[in-house]
Design a protein around this ligand. Structure first.
Ligand SMILES: *[C@@H]1O[C@H](CO)[C@@H](O)[C@H](O)[C@H]1NC(C)=O
Ligand SMILES: *[C@@H]1O[C@H](CO)[C@@H](O)[C@H](O)[C@H]1NC(C)=O
Ligand SMILES: *[C@@H]1O[C@H](CO)[C@@H](O)[C@H](O)[C@H]1NC(C)=O
Ligand SMILES: *[C@@H]1O[C@H](CO)[C@@H](O)[C@H](O)[C@H]1NC(C)=O
Ligand SMILES: *[C@@H]1O[C@H](CO)[C@@H](O)[C@H](O)[C@H]1NC(C)=O
Length: 457
């Protein structure tokens, strides 16, 4: 569910956080930050280098079984993390947002691809790399009767085929239109070969998008739907460790690991909490998401007492908590957000003054003026999950500098307080900003999410 929040991050500091019992301290030590690059040439180079060396390994050890594929994952200035994937014969390599909040994998496609409102992401909309199906001998358009068409259109009607009374029928799977948290994309479903250095996957269903809005590049859907990359590849699990956003668009990456078979997960390691199915199976979007059971949220050790109906989805499928790599800042439904923001305001109030002007301009809240401070102490934010797993966020994951002397909480809300009940869809979306420097494991085989704080770079 790519939802990007672009903020003027005027100055970025290297943040070292020390966690004490119920508070987190960061010291201010400014460091130079790599200038943002408009394109990301590193990513492709890195991908090609990795591809070459694993290919060499494969050629030398042809009989060894492939149990995992590693793909470099890059932090991007538009607020997401991207990977390179190769499709077609011969392969064409493109960059994709790695998104656990949606399921279709699609690329900008054909020479006529167009993207509206795309300049907001520092993308030149006239120069987006696209996939050219004509140049691939393995490209096939998915037909209406192809079972893959039903992944996207569960109740598709193939009228032409039905009327012609023949098994050979040229009717196409209808064009898809996918809406995201921001923007959309539309195109036709292709069957293509997805190529990793160690393995290729034939007949992979991938969207050939001809029109999009507000999309910086294609999307690799890692959600729970049948069309997602993990499900089509039959992965047992996948994991990533998100490097800090202060490396956005720099040649810095970490590994996305796709586990196909072989070894069991490392013992000890992460904390686990079970995935939870949304009880409302009639809303296909809900079935894409990785729901987890959030028991409580604490600020400085104080339970903010978020009502259960927000933390866990009800029988209509509303509310609940999901984990989403395609959302930048964690989203909280108004009533939960208010409880969290107020608790910070209450606990921090005596120590730092509020920067109201910055709050008004940025839409973020609360913001504190930390002018003249050498160290900053703020209450610890912790998410407590079913099974006892606790996510103690490092301070840099929930407060960020917006100006030299002002820090703001990097959690957002829709701003429609007073609505009362829980709205449709997830009430809490754990975004990638709050997953920085965490090892995150989506254990599909055992239906659970694992996480562990770790320096990813
Ligand atoms: C590869 O996997 C197959 C089936 O899982 C197994 O029979 C075979 O022994 C494995 N080969 C190697 C070299 O591990
Ligand atoms: C459709 O096919 C069936 C079996 O092949 C045949 O019995 C039937 O007459 C056909 N109907 C039409 C309208 O062609
Ligand atoms: C499931 O979700 C759909 C779409 O959001 C809604 O129309 C329907 O009422 C929900 N089902 C139940 C049982 O509440
Ligand atoms: C922060 O506080 C300092 C000193 O109290 C003041 O000079 C400065 O204007 C404040 N900055 C903002 C953005 O409010
Ligand atoms: C306020 O500042 C004091 C002194 O630095 C510190 O001990 C305390 O933990 C701070 N309060 C909060 C809520 O962070």
């Amino acid at each position: 569910m790519p939802t990007f929040f672009l903020l003027p991050l005027f100055s970025i500091f290297s943040i070292f956080s020390l966690t004490s019992a119920y508070s987190t301290t960061l010291s201010l030590s400014p460091t130079a930050v790599a200038p943002p690059l408009t394109a990301n040439p590193w990513q492709k180079l890195n991908h090609l280098a990795a591809a070459s060396s694993t290919r060499a390994h494969h050629l030398k050890h042809p009989k060894s079984n492939i149990s995992a594929a590693k793909v470099p994952l890059f932090p991007r200035g538009y607020g997401g993390y991207s990977i390179s994937l190769s499709f077609g014969t011969p392969p064409q390599t493109l960059s994709f947002i790695m998104d656990t909040g949606s399921s279709l994998v699609w690329f900008p496609c054909t020479q006529r691809y167009s993207c509206s409102s795309c300049s907001f992401v520092n993308v030149d909309p006239t120069n987006i790399p696209t996939f050219i199906p004509k140049s691939s001998s393995s490209s096939k358009i998915v037909g209406c009767r192809n079972p893959k068409c039903r992944w996207i259109f569960p109740s598709v009607q193939c009228r032409d085929c039905d009327n012609k009374n023949t098994t050979a029928c040229n009717e196409l799977c209808p064009p898809y239109i996918i809406q995201y948290g921001s923007g959309s994309t539309t195109g036709l479903l292709l069957s293509e070969t997805l190529i990793f250095p160690e393995k290729s996957v034939d007949n992979f269903a991938v969207g050939c998008s001809v029109f999009s809005s507000r999309q910086p590049e294609g999307i690799a859907g890692f959600g729970r739907g049948p069309e997602s990359l993990p499900v089509q590849m039959g992965l047992k699990r996948f994991s990533y460790c998100l490097v800090s956003h202060r490396f956005d668009d720099a040649p810095v990456s970490s590994d996305l690991i796709l586990t196909i078979g072989g070894a069991a997960a490392a013992k000890g390691g992460p904390n686990y909490t079970p995935f939870r199915k949304n009880p409302n199976s009639s809303n296909p979007a809900f079935l894409d998401y990785y729901y987890v059971t959030l028991r409580k949220i604490t600020v400085g050790g104080v339970n903010v007492k978020a009502p259960y109906k927000f933390l866990v989805a009800d029988s209509a499928g509303n509310g609940g908590t999901i984990v989403d790599s395609g959302t930048t800042f964690t989203f909280m439904d108004d009533q939960v957000f208010e409880l969290v923001a107020r608790e910070f305001e209450k606990q921090v109030g005596g120590n730092y003054s509020r920067a109201m002007e910055v709050e008004k301009q940025s839409g973020l809240r609360p913001c504190f003026n930390v002018s003249g401070e050498n160290t900053i102490t703020l209450p610890q934010l912790t998410f407590h999950f079913k099974g006892g797993a606790e996510m103690n966020l490092p301070l840099a994951d929930y407060f960020s500098f917006l100006e030299d002397s002002v820090i703001c909480m990097t959690i957002v809300t829709a701003g429609n307080a007073g609505r009362g009940g829980v709205g449709p869809g997830p009430a809490i979306i754990l975004g990638n900003y709050q997953q920085q420097n965490f090892y995150m494991e989506y254990d599909l085989e055992n239906e659970r999410l694992g996480f562990q704080q770790q320096l990813c770079k």
